[in-house]
Design a protein around this ligand. Structure first.
Ligand SMILES: [Fe+2]
Ligand SMILES: [Fe+2]
Length: 396
């Protein structure tokens, strides 16, 4: 079995990537093509768009090759830093006995010795090195000769020159220039419809978040996120809270709710207030994990938005109005139904602090009925709002 492995950021995928795959397919027939978008574990600002969306764009573009193609989540959802030799080991365990042909650029071949365990990697793959007309051939040939000691069938292929890079494309999109001839038509539609890579912070992040919700959450949970967004925006308007911040926090508040538990816990641990999450019950951690996701995968750095995402599960003393709006919109979203809802909804439209006191009382009571674990922040928050509403010193 011959497998072609093609990794990259694909941020966004463009015709240059497509042309590399076409050239590889002209060179040889493969039984399977595996596209491997990189992840951003532990690193801020690696990619501009979350993995789930880069995967969607790659699937959209490469499905048109008409071959057995799979976009893998192995690196994109890994909690560790990815190395090519680990990815290749993983593929070898999935497809024992397969020959793996690994697409790399000429610059990677030249810098191969900086790759972790490169000799071991080279022993396990055949590299297809893509060189452009203007690359320094003697430099590449020298590097390839050294690689061939471990990977004798390594071959240099000439790539058709598509004069665009993902970085240039992102700049063109942000500048609202026409970029459509550089990317697949359906990928261009995804980018335009969802304002991916737009220059404006809210246009870009709200669009990205709206595309992300149904990719990361199953139907009912996704509908919940959209309902929370609707109510949070109305409450924000009433109370003079920034409506765009409220929409963004609402859309992202449950984004990690249905992730694999190990990924959710890893993200919660990476959250910037690591000391606070120690000892917290697992169900409340998805808020912390979601804030980490917003920060690392989307480069959202507004502390108020991140705090509203974090505190939506258990509240905290001294919550901002934005946090109260998200907490209440989450409890009162359209699809929910419970006996205390009508009263709480009335309070939410009358006074945020009174509503928070009632909301925390209700949630603590439900958890007690279900024998659930109640987080100490919820008790502290209830105490805070009770004092605030009925007099006394809120700091004490
Ligand atoms: Fe939640
Ligand atoms: Fe929620």
């Amino acid at each position: 079995m011959d497998i072609l492995l093609f990794g990259g950021s694909f941020d966004p995928v463009h015709n240059g990537h497509y042309s590399i795959l076409e050239t590889a397919l002209e060179y040889k027939e493969f039984d399977k093509i595996i596209i491997m978008p990189v992840g951003t574990p532990g690193h801020k600002a690696g990619c501009k768009v979350p993995f789930a969306i880069r995967k969607l764009m790659a699937e959209t573009a490469f499905s048109k090759l008409g071959v057995d193609m799979e976009v893998s989540s192995f690196e994109g959802e890994s909690t560790e830093r990815s190395y090519s030799y680990i990815t290749v080991d993983y593929l070898k365990s999935l497809y024992p006995g397969a020959s793996i042909y690994f697409v790399i650029g000429a610059d990677s071949a030249v810098n191969m010795k900086t790759w972790k365990k490169w000799e071991y990697l080279a022993q396990n793959v055949t590299f297809l090195v893509f060189a452009r007309d203007y690359d320094d051939r003697s430099l590449i040939n020298r590097a390839v000769e050294e690689i061939k000691v471990y990977s004798p069938k390594t071959t240099v292929l000439k790539s058709r020159v598509v004069p665009v890079s993902s970085t240039q494309l992102r700049d063109m999109i942000a500048a609202e220039e026409d970029f459509s001839r550089w990317v697949d038509g359906d990928v261009a539609k995804i980018i335009k419809a969802n304002h991916l890579y737009a220059a404006d912070y809210y246009e870009r992040n709200l669009g990205t978040a709206r595309l992300l919700v149904p990719l990361m959450l199953r139907e009912k949970r996704a509908q919940h996120a959209f309902n929370v967004e609707k109510l949070a925006a109305r409450l924000a308007e009433k109370y003079g809270v920034d409506v765009k911040k409220a929409r963004l926090a609402a859309l992202l508040h449950d984004i990690m709710k249905q992730a694999d538990e190990s990924i959710m816990l890893h993200r919660a641990m990476q959250s910037d207030i690591i000391k606070r999450i120690k000892g917290k019950p697992v169900p409340v951690l998805h808020g912390f994990a979601a804030a980490d996701y917003a920060c690392r995968e989307m480069q959202i750095d507004d502390s108020e938005t991140l705090m509203a995402i974090k505190s939506h599960t258990c509240g905290r003393p001294g919550m901002s109005d934005l946090e109260k709006v998200i907490y209440l919109a989450d409890m009162l979203s359209e699809e929910r139904s419970y006996p205390e809802k009508e009263n709480l909804l009335k309070l939410a439209w009358t006074d945020l602090d009174i509503a928070m006191e009632q909301a925390l009382t209700d949630s603590i009571n439900w958890l007690k009925e279900k024998n659930g674990v109640i987080d100490s922040d919820s008790y502290a928050a209830l105490e805070y709002f009770t004092r605030l509403n009925h007099g006394g010193n809120t700091n004490g």
